[in-house]
Design a protein around this ligand. Structure first.
Ligand code: ADP
Length: 808
């Protein structure tokens, strides 16, 4: 779990970054609007391009239609001209006048003036009849006979010549295959006329020409615009003569449009006579006039007086044609834009409901996890969107892995604690071991002397019975001390004795037998309830007896104290039960006493609630160590009904049929019975190396009683001095001695200098639990005695030494 006092871990999660809450929705609106506007704009652009193209082709078609109308107009004018020409040639007055005029070519004076007046009157009549602006009749050489209306100053009147004008030349061209009309532009004073000129033929001869014209003025242009449904512009010699549009801005625009240059299209247009209307439509050109885009096509209007081609341009405004569509597009764009904003707002509102609301709830869930530090919580809500679902799944995975990690950390922490505890324990045990080892050495030496002296005294046959009894008691107590010291060493070194197969029930029965008498005397019942199957263990009997005795003795003490304090109600009892299952044996020892004051501490070293001198606090810690060394466990707890209950769990083996398994009596309860001295040994010389004078004296006494002449040495160096001088049948050496050299060093010296004598060693030690000593003894292969030792053990060790290496 995260430490509560670590605010820096929480703050970033709990703090809400300002102004971020609606960023998604804002972005969505913006993005949606932009995307839609771009889409609409693109569509409008594409539509406008398509529309423009369509409008253009529509205008081109219209222009082509207008062009064809113009051609029809010209054709009608032509027919009209021809008709007038025919009419005139049939007019008797005109015929007579012209004929006379012709025959009197050289005539002059009043007669000729009459003729011309007659022609003039006739022409005026035709003009009025036709409603034309200009009618001119010439003779066959192009000399004007009559011209109406007369020009101010008489210019171009009768007698003047039009023979130089280009269209007149073409009409009167004698090489022309047939007489044909010509259209063109004619300048008279400040006015310009669109004229058509036809020859007047009589009996196959051209007797003159008829020219009829319309004044090219604003009315003319308006008339053209009305009939051709287009704006028009008239050009000649590259100059704009007039237009329905503003002429000033039209001129430069037309100058740029190469396609409208008459030179380019008239020459390519069939190569016909320039005076006839072209049947082929030149390509439409685009011209910009005052920022307005026009499509223009030219129509030939013949030539002017000087032979320059005259062109009528038909102009259709593309800009004007597109205007309504552009207006529609604008309306569409604005409507779509407004609709987009509304739709984007709606979409954002919908998204905020479907994403942001669950997201908000999910965020507050995450915050609650951060606040409570409870990684087991999960966000479970229905109707989540896929995005929040995915986020939730990922967060769930993260929490799972955090939980897993937390478990691992706790496990590691626990393992580390256990390791530390063990380390502490082993350090404690190591120092305890060193202390106990020294203490054992100090106790064992005098104890060996005490026991030895008692044994020696007891071996005296003439000893009074009373003294013998007292010595027996002293011997028994000395053995108890010896056993206690040995157990202290076992606690320190966790040493286990030799193990063998044994019957658990048999051991328990015999252990209980040992205490039965005391229990009966104290009025406490001791019941044994074995399970129905035999239980065989691989164990050290002495140690197991010690385990059971420690627990039973404690129960006895507790119950007895209760009884003495008159706190007991009813029968006091201790019950021992066994059970077995799946290769494990259990022994449950319970009582109905006061129970333990601190059940968790009873296995601690030196924990005791007993009075000083009565308890050491080592019994249960030794018990715990022994059970552990046997691969078992032991637990202590108070029963709900009161009283303590110990459960020992041990691995057991399969019992072989008919197997006889016997226990060994416990040294704490009874020391070995004094036995008669063994048979004398064939021993004459012996070297005893021992720093403790009482123990040395004891050994010397034993050996002397065996008929030998022992020599004593107080240190390894002293022993070496002796060995340099003479031989010994046996060397009995202590392991731990003052002066730097130990029994092991002495053995090594003998090995190097007197190798034959290494087979005569017997070692004496106060601490076999010491691992170094134990290892040395095992390696040397020599017999050894454990202090304190009795007389019998000592003699047996000497005998073993001789058996291993018979004295030579
Ligand atoms: P000692 O017997 O020398 O005190 P132990 O290690 O054998 O040391 O026992 C430790 C302590 O455990 C005892 O002093 C006693 O307080 C407690 N104890 C053990 N067994 C019992 C029991 N059956 N009832 C009550 N207390 C008990």
């Amino acid at each position: 779990m995260v430490d509560e006092t670590a605010p820096e871990l929480r703050r970033p999660v709990l703090e809400r970054p300002p102004g971020r809450a609606n960023s998604l929705i804002g972005r969505l609106i913006l993005f949606g609007t932009l995307v839609t506007l771009v889409a609409v704009a693109s569509s409008v652009l594409i539509l406008s391009v398509l529309t423009r193209r369509q409008a253009r082709s529509h205008l081109v078609e219209l222009l082509s239609q207008n062009q064809s109308n113009a051609r029809d107009l010209q054709e009608r004018s032509l027919e009209e001209l021809l008709w007038i020409s025919a009419l005139m040639s049939q007019s008797p007055t005109l015929r007579a006048a012209m004929d006379t005029y012709r025959s009197e070519a050289s005539a002059s004076g009043p007669r000729r003036a009459d003729l011309l007046a007659t022609v003039g009157a006739e022409v005026e009549r035709i003009r009025t009849l036709m409603g034309k602006d200009l009618v001119i009749v010439t003779d066959e050489r192009g000399v004007v006979l009559a011209s109406t209306p007369p020009q101010p100053g008489g210019e171009g009147g009768a007698g003047s010549s039009l023979a130089d004008s280009s269209w007149m030349r073409q009409v009167l061209d004698p090489d022309a295959p047939e007489a044909h009309p010509i259209f063109g532009l004619m300048a008279r004073g400040d006015d310009r006329y669109h004229v058509g000129c036809v020859p007047i033929a009589m009996q196959g001869f051209v007797i003159g020409t008829l020219t009829i014209g319309d004044r090219v003025d604003a009315g003319w242009f308006e008339g053209r615009r009305g009939s051709l449904r287009s704006d028009v512009a008239l050009m000649t010699g590259g100059r704009v003569i007039g237009s329905t549009l503003e002429t000033g801005s039209l001129a430069p625009a037309l100058a740029d449009a190469a396609a409208l240059n008459p030179a380019s299209w008239m020459t390519s247009a069939t190569g016909r006579s320039a005076g006839t209307a072209t049947t082929e439509m030149p390509p439409a050109a685009t011209v910009i006039v005052s920022g307005e885009e026009f499509l223009a096509v030219p129509i030939s209007m013949g030539t002017d007086d000087k032979g320059q081609p005259a062109t009528l341009l038909l102009l259709q405004s593309l800009t004007r044609a597109l205007e309504p569509m552009q207006h529609s597009f604008l309306v569409a764009l604005v409507s779509c834009g407004a609709l987009t904003v509304i739709l984007a707002g709606l979409a954002a509102w919908r998204i905020s409901r479907s994403i942001l609301v669950p997201l908000e709830r999910f965020v507050s869930f995450v915050r609650s996890v951060a606040t409570t530090h409870d990684a087991s919580q999960r966000f479970r809500e229905s109707g989540l969107t896929a995005e929040v679902e995915t986020l939730n799944d990922a967060f769930g995975d993260l929490l799972d892995s955090l939980q897993e990690r937390e478990k691992l950390l706790m496990l590691h922490q626990r393992e580390e604690l256990i390791r530390m505890e063990r380390l502490k324990e082993s350090e404690k045990l190591a120092s305890l071991g060193r202390m106990l080892s020294g203490a054992a050495h100090e106790i064992n030496n005098p104890l060996t002397a005490v026991l030895g002296q008692v044994d020696l005294t007891l071996s005296d046959a003439g000893l009074p019975v009373k003294s013998k009894d007292r010595l027996e008691k002293a011997r028994k107590e000395a053995h108890r001390i010896s056993a206690l010291v040995r157990n202290l060493l076992k606690v320190a070194h966790r040493d286990t004795g030799e193990r063998r197969r044994m019957d658990l029930h048999q051991i328990l029965r015999e252990t209980l037998d040992l205490r039965k008498h005391d229990f009966n005397a104290a009025g406490i019942s001791l019941t044994f309830e074995p399970c129905d199957k035999p239980i065989v263990l691989q164990a050290n009997e002495l140690e197991l007896q010690q385990v059971f005795l420690n627990i039973i003795n404690n129960a006895f003490d507790a119950l007895k104290e209760m009884k003495e304090a008159k706190q007991a109600a009813g029968q006091l009892e201790v019950t021992v039960r066994t059970g077995s299952s799946a290769g494990r044996a259990s022994v449950t020892i319970s009582d109905n006493g006061p129970g333990m004051k601190q059940p968790g501490k009873v296995f601690d070293h030196f924990y005791t609630t007993k009075d000083i001198g009565k308890g050491t606090g080592l019994g249960l810690s030794i018990t715990h160590a022994i059970v552990q060394n046997h691969g078992g466990t032991i637990t202590a707890q108070n029963q709900p009904t009161g009283g303590a209950c110990f459960v020992i769990d041990l691995p057991h083996e399969a019992a072989a049929p008919q197997e006889r398994l016997a226990p060994v009596p416990h040294p704490l309860l009874a020391g070995p019975e004094p036995k008669n001295l063994p048979a004398p040994l064939q021993l004459e010389t012996a070297l005893i190396v021992e720093d403790e004078p009482t123990v040395l004296e004891y050994q010397m006494e034993i050996l002397r009683s065996l008929g030998a002449s022992p020599v004593g040495a107080r240190s390894a160096d002293e022993a070496i001095e002796w060995l340099r001088r003479r031989e010994f049948q046996v060397i009995v050496s202590d392991m731990k001695m003052p002066g730097g050299k130990s029994g092991a060093d002495l053995f090594a010296w003998v090995g190097n200098n007197l190798p034959a004598m290494t087979g005569r060693f017997v070692f004496v030690t106060g601490d076999t639990a010491n691992e170094t000593t134990q290892a040395f003894l095992e390696k040397s292969g020599r017999p050894y005695l454990m202090k304190p030792f009795g007389l019998e053990d000592y003699v047996q060790a000497l005998r073993d030494a001789q058996t291993l290496a018979p004295v030579g």
